[in-house]
Design a protein around this ligand. Structure first.
Ligand SMILES: Cc1cc2nc3c(=O)[nH]c(=O)nc-3n(C[C@H](O)[C@H](O)[C@H](O)COP(=O)(O)O)c2cc1C
Length: 162
């Protein structure tokens, strides 16, 4: 199963999670970069506004051919209880060629339920599995986190086959 992990990460939490998934799926990996400035109080306020109002952004170009993959795992931090503009832009720009998808998010405690609904609407398909973890869970990397990760992976494989 040719698998690609696509993620956006501003402060590396989602990147860390993506790295763990990459090992377990032996997947290729693609980091999406947001070309807009996302540092500093005012810019972070704007980042929340962009996420909340479903704004798109400018993202980097990439050379991966999405049609070569059977499965893409998409990862985003939660901003203002929403998918980040970078991942929204990636999904909107590629929904026609994306294979089956799974979705993972990191957050500080809230908003992941809403992001799952947004994901389905933007990508045009229900994710095979959905993983939502708090940023401090990723850092702790304890048994409970490892179990969540294993459950996510099991669910993807089971639903992929059915
Ligand atoms: C602009 C902005 C808005 C955020 N909004 C939320 C939010 O609504 N709910 C939440 O639980 N965490 C929120 N967070 C926290 C991040 O989702 C969380 O720290 C995440 O793990 C960061 O991922 P990253 O390190 O990959 O960028 C927000 C962070 C930023 C920068």
């Amino acid at each position: 199963m040719q698998t690609l992990i696509v993620y956006y990460s501003r402060t590396n939490t989602t990147k860390e999670l993506a790295g763990k998934l990459q090992e377990n799926f032996a997947a290729d990996i693609l980091q999406i970069e947001d070309q807009k400035k996302r540092e500093g109080f005012l810019y972070l306020l704007k980042a929340s506004f962009d996420a909340l109002t479903a704004n798109v952004t400018l993202i980097n170009q990439f050379s991966h051919n999405l049609e070569e993959y059977d499965l893409v795992l998409v990862g985003s931090p939660i901003w203002a209880a929403s998918i980040t503009p970078a991942i929204r832009t990636f999904l909107l720009g590629n929904s026609e060629v994306l294979p089956r998808l799974a979705f993972f998010v990191t957050h500080a405690g809230g908003g992941s339920g809403r992001s799952k609904k947004q994901f389905k609407k933007i990508a045009g398909q229900e994710p095979l599995a959905f993983l939502s973890v708090k940023d401090d869970e990723v850092k702790k990397d304890d048994e409970s986190f490892k179990n969540k990760l294993a459950e996510f992976e099991r669910e993807i494989i089971t639903n992929f086959k059915s």
